[in-house]
Design a binder for this molecule. Structure first.
Ligand SMILES: O=P(O)(O)OC[C@H]1O[C@H](OP(=O)(O)OP(=O)(O)O)[C@H](O)[C@@H]1O
Ligand code: HPA
Length: 190
């Protein structure tokens, strides 16, 4: 019997059309704010990849790309609070207008660490653009320049966001059925 990932979805929180509309708006706002400048977009792997690829096409200014990878949530739905750089930038960020692109800011621990880390490399500026923000879970303060959507405290998947590495390819942001989270946790014994 074939497995349909949609059967794991409890509900769609943000539709494909809503995502596309908001990404366009963010791109227009960023274009206006950075007029006359070049942007170094730093995507935080892996979740930000889908958002970043759509966002850059909504910006009509010169944009270059680089990526960082930091320690992951793994199969857990809460951050360990320990941030480790697994992949650093390929290019020098000095004197660049750095725009960090994230899929979600939850506890804020990852971005709080990354902003300080990037500031130490003497960029011309550092700002954050995140698709989603979950302020109810914040543990560390983060200044967000561009926020797509503020969402309640749900563990969400889709449009780049995963649960245990699955569901990133949903074109929408959704919430899974409680049984899906439970069975993954039980098999990982967490
Ligand atoms: O605000 P925080 O509580 O620190 O959480 C946010 C971080 O968690 C997610 O990454 P994850 O570790 O799930 O990696 P992934 O992008 O590869 O899925 C997300 O992409 C952020 O980097
Ligand atoms: O809600 C979430 N979904 C997926 N990954 C995440 N990383 C932090 N919060 C989330």
């Amino acid at each position: 019997m074939s497995y349909n990932m949609m059967e794991d979805v409890e509900r769609i929180l943000i539709s494909e059309a809503e995502l596309a509309q908001r990404v366009k708006e963010l791109g227009a706002q960023i274009t206006a704010d950075y007029t006359g400048k070049e942007i170094l977009m730093i995507g935080i792997l892996r979740g930000a990849v889908l958002f970043m690829s759509d966002l850059m096409r909504a910006i009509s200014l010169p944009v270059s790309l680089d990526f960082m990878a930091v320690s992951s949530y793994g199969v857990s739905t809460t951050s360990s609070g320990v941030v480790r750089i697994m992949k650093d930038l390929d290019e020098n960020a000095e004197n660049k207008h750095v725009l960090i692109v994230e899929d979600i800011i939850d506890s804020g621990l990852t971005l709080n660490y990354l902003v300080d880390n990037l500031k130490s490399r003497r960029p011309a500026s550092v700002k954050i653009c995140t698709l989603l923000s979950k302020p109810d879970r914040r543990k560390a303060e983060v200044q967000i320049a561009y926020n797509g959507f503020t969402i309640p405290d749900y563990f969400v998947v889709g449009y780049g966001l995963d649960f245990a590495e699955k569901y990133r390819n949903f074109p929408f942001i959704g919430v899974l059925k409680p049984s899906v989270y439970q069975s993954a946790k039980q098999s990982a014994k967490i």
